[in-house]
Each structure stands twice: as C-alpha cells, then as structure tokens.
Design a protein around this ligand. Structure first.
Ligand SMILES: Nc1ncnc2c1ncn2[C@@H]1O[C@H](COP(=O)(O)OP(=O)(O)O)[C@@H](O)[C@H]1O
Ligand SMILES: [Mg+2]
Length: 262
C-alpha cells in the first residue's frame, strides 16, 4: 500500500483550512494516519505545523474541512474533546512540573480515585506505563528536575498514554536533545507504533524522520507539498519539497523513473 492510499486510517483530514486574519495558516490540508503508523510532518518555519497540531488537539477550530476519526466525522472544539476522542498531544514545552516526582507528574489533575489519592495504584500504573515504553527511568519518586531531557520526554509521553489514546502527536520531540537521548526518544516512538498507536511526529530533523517514520507529509506555506513513503524518498527530495526547490518532487521522480534514469 502506498503512503497516499491509507485504507484504514484512524484519523483523516480533508480540505482543512485555517486563517488568522489575512494569514492563511492552513489551506486545503489532507492527512491520514493509521494505527501503528508513524507519520512525520515536516516543513519550514511558518509552514503550518503548529497550527495543524493545534487543530488536532482542539486548540484551534478549522474554518472548513472534515476531520474523520474512527470512521466518524468529528469536531474537536476543545482539548477535552480531543482527549475524549483519543487524540493526545505532547507539546514541545512538555508542561511538566519540575518540583514534582514522576508519579505526581503522570497523574497531575487525574489522580486515581475513589476519595483519596491511591498512591500504590498510581505507582503501579506508572511502572506499567514506563515498562510499556521500555523507558529508562531510575525511579518514579525522583523530581522531574533531576531527569535528563530524554527521560522528561518519556514522562510526558507516558502521561499522554493515560487516556488510552489512538493517536499521539509529538511536537519536535528531539529538538532539545543530544545524540543518546534522541536515540532513546526514537526508540520510544517505535514502542508507540508497536503498541498500535498512530503517531504524528513534527520534526525538523531529517535523520530522525528517516530513522523512525513510515510516511513523511511535507507542508509548505500552509499547503500539502507531498506525502512520501519513507523508504521511497531521499533526504534531498524531502528537503526539496520543504523548500519548494521543485514544485512537485513526486511527479518529477515518477517521470525520471519512467525514462529509466533512476
Ligand atoms: N495565533 C496566530 N495568529 C496569527 N497568525 C498565526 C497564529 N498562529 C500561526 N500564525 C501564522 O500562521 C502561519 C503558520 O504558522 P505555524 O503553524 O506556527 O507554522 P510552523 O509551526 O510550521 O512554524 C505563520 O504565518 C504564522 O505566522
Ligand atoms: Mg511551529
């Protein structure tokens, strides 16, 4: 199946438009994400990546277009609505509380009930979640301030899994990380795929995209500028689509192939 023909998409966007005053942030955007598929969304600054994430996480309502989730047309009017549907977002700032420990961060605002915080259940669930991610966290009782960037990303991702989402959106998950920690987070993305989640990963890093994505969706100036199977596209082609160095990389490559030149 090619990247552009997702038959069993969990999430499909069709013709999504979003303007801010005179600025067309998103124009006629299509996107498909299936269970167990990692879709990298790439694009230059201002391409519309963050706006797309915000539409999917219920921060912004699109002006027009259709969002289909689990074969039903849906609206995502609020972050709570996104959560209820099963779309979890890990924003770039992670929104962790430095002074609280891992368990407290995981359950912040959704402490297990009834009546009082069930410390034992929360600790058990924390370890379950982290094990599911093969996470390397030494203790769940240390403050998040003492963790590395990769471990913090892990905690933020684990927290987003508590609502049992079908789609998880990661905004630049490796942007602030060194080599070893980046590898750790990419490993985590693979665990998410193995667990059957659809993953949307916003990224600037072509090595990360090549390492972990199944599909690459390029945004340029708020429009789709190519959806590629990662095995079928070079970094140069992706960059050409991002920068607009060529108008339509796909058709050019097809033409080249037809002529037997590549
Ligand atoms: N809240 C906003 N108000 C006005 N313009 C915005 C707002 N958010 C984004 N934009 C504009 O929309 C376009 C896409 O921005 P954005 O989605 O942040 O791109 P990216 O995340 O790919 O850098 C840019 O021109 C940006 O200035
Ligand atoms: Mg952005």
């Amino acid at each position: 199946m090619s990247a552009t023909q997702q038959k069993d998409s969990v999430l499909s966007l069709r013709g999504i438009n979003k303007t801010f005053g005179a600025v067309a942030a998103l124009t006629d955007i299509d996107l498909d994400v299936a269970a167990g598929q990692v879709v990298a969304v790439v694009g230059d600054n201002g391409a519309g990546k963050s706006t797309l994430v915000k539409v999917l996480s219920g921060v912004h309502s699109p002006d027009s277009g259709t969002i289909t989730f689990d074969s039903k047309t849906v609206d995502i009017p609020s972050p709570a609505a996104a959560h209820r549907l099963g779309i979890a977002t890990v924003f770039q700032d992670l929104a962790l509380c430095e002074n609280l420990n891992v368990i407290q961060n995981l359950f912040l605002g959704q402490e297990l009930r009834p009546l009082r915080l069930n410390e034992v259940a929360m600790e058990t669930r924390s370890w379950e979640l982290l094990r599911q991610l093969s996470a390397k966290i030494p203790s769940v009782r240390v403050p998040v301030a003492s963790l590395s960037g990769g471990q913090r990303q892990t905690v933020a991702i684990a927290r987003s899994l508590l609502g049992d989402p079908k789609i998880i959106i990661l905004d630049e998950p490796t942007a602030a990380l060194g080599v070893a920690q980046t590898a750790e987070v990419l490993n985590l993305v693979e665990r998410l795929r193995e667990n059957g989640l659809g993953v949307i990963m916003i990224s600037h890093n072509m090595a990360d995209v090549k390492a972990v994505a199944d599909t690459v969706a390029v945004l340029r100036l708020g429009r789709n500028n190519g959806v590629f199977d990662v095995n079928d596209v070079s970094v140069e082609d992706i960059i050409a689509a991002i920068t607009g160095a060529t108008d339509n990389v796909v058709s050019q490559r097809r033409a080249r192939r037809k002529e037997g030149l590549s």
